[in-house]
Design a protein around this ligand. Structure first.
Ligand code: KG4
Length: 340
């Protein structure tokens, strides 16, 4: 009998449900919340309320699109953490209710593992192209910047991570400084394409090993812009594109420097990226180019699987379900998950 897994994702501001049949994606529905736009960031209380409104219609739509009835489901996979606690509670409670009412098992998933396994979302009529284990994943999002060695779908090792801000935060804070709005990544990505990446230079951190730091570079941008604005009040307006291109290039240089080192040290040649920042076109181009130069096989998740989505949660849950994992009904979500 086929394994039909319902995935549920509600860790931040996207309510998502997906249906997977024997690893193949049948549907992936995402309701993105618009209520946060005026606040310059996600407001946790508003996010939980919006999840509460969205969860039933989103799950119903995912089942309808997949042509699957609730009683056909084999198991329900859900994001336990990390994320906003109120948001996670909605998905977790919904998974429990479904598990109880249908008498099917629940499988909890670490949201970050979902991002790391995004390349394993199989789609009908698309060729399968998946990394072999072990592989390296550059996990880059609004909350994390890590290099992870993935030994199997159940076994992860963090080789390096940020000691302060995540790279997504650097994009978002830079955007705020330049008056470009939230979230910053997509708008900086767009403007960077129009600018000269070698025009301005920002100091890169000198952090030992494979760890990252992104807090200094944003201060460097802040002081630079402040000093230039004192000389010419129109500096920002005149140089927006070059500033974005140069700032983005610096962030990519920092990310790639450590990734290249990790590949050298581990001798692993299968390399992937995951998380919201993996949508960045400059980073995607660079990782492919570096991969060609260095003999890596690189895997880029499709854009729709870079941001939060339940397809990746369903895949991660399916691996765990097949390994025999079951989550008890007294599970509680957690905002932080220290490791894997
Ligand atoms: O993984 P994600 O959707 O949420 C979590 O952090 O869990 O990542 C969101 C982050 C934000 O910081 C956003 O600015 C960044 O991903 N982002 C991008 C791009 N699209 C989203 N950063 C750079 N370039 C992009 N195209």
């Amino acid at each position: 009998m086929a394994d039909i897994i319902l995935g549920i994702e509600s860790s931040c501001d996207d309510t998502s449900a997906a249906v997977l049949r024997d690893g193949v994606l049948l549907s992936n529905v995402i309701a993105s919340q618009q209520v946060h736009k005026d606040f310059g960031g996600v407001v946790p209380e508003l996010a939980s309320r919006a999840h509460e409104l969205n969860i039933v219609p989103v799950v119903s739509e995912a089942l309808r699109k997949a042509g699957v009835k609730p009683e056909d489901l084999t198991a329900v996979a859900f994001t336990r953490g990390p994320g906003l606690l109120g948001s996670l509670l909605v998905g977790t409670s919904f998974a429990k209710a479904l598990s109880l009412s249908l008498d099917i098992p629940m499988v909890m998933v670490n949201h970050l593992q979902g991002h790391i396994l995004a390349n394993f979302v199989r789609q009908p009529d698309k060729p399968v192209d998946e990394p072999e284990f072990p592989y390296l994943c550059l996990l880059v999002s609004g909350g994390n910047s890590q290099i992870v060695r993935v030994n199997s779908p159940l076994e992860y090792e963090i080789l390096g991570q940020t000691i302060d801000d995540a790279v997504g935060e650097a994009f978002d804070k830079c955007s705020k400084m330049l008056g470009l709005g939230y979230p910053g990544g997509p708008v900086i990505d767009r403007l960077a394409k129009l600018g000269n990446p070698d025009r301005f230079h920002f100091a890169k951190p000198n952090i030992p090993g494979l760890d990252y730091s992104f807090s200094g570079i944003k201060t460097s941008l802040l002081y630079f812009v402040r000093d230039e604005m004192a000389k010419d009040p129109d500096f920002l307006e005149k140089n927006k594109e070059d500033l974005c291109a140069s700032f983005q290039k610096t962030l990519i240089d920092i990310l790639m420097g450590k990734l290249i080192r990790a590949a050298k040290e581990t001798k692993i040649r299968q390399v992937t990226i995951g998380g919201g920042v993996s949508a960045n076109s400059g980073l995607r181009e660079r990782i492919v180019a570096e991969g060609k130069k260095r003999g890596w096989k690189t895997f880029l998740p499709e854009f729709k699987f870079t941001t939060d989505n339940a397809a990746m949660i369903a895949v991660a849950g399916w691996f765990r379900y097949r390994a025999g994992e079951r989550t008890p009904l007294d599970v509680a979500p957690v905002s932080r998950m220290a490791d894997y």
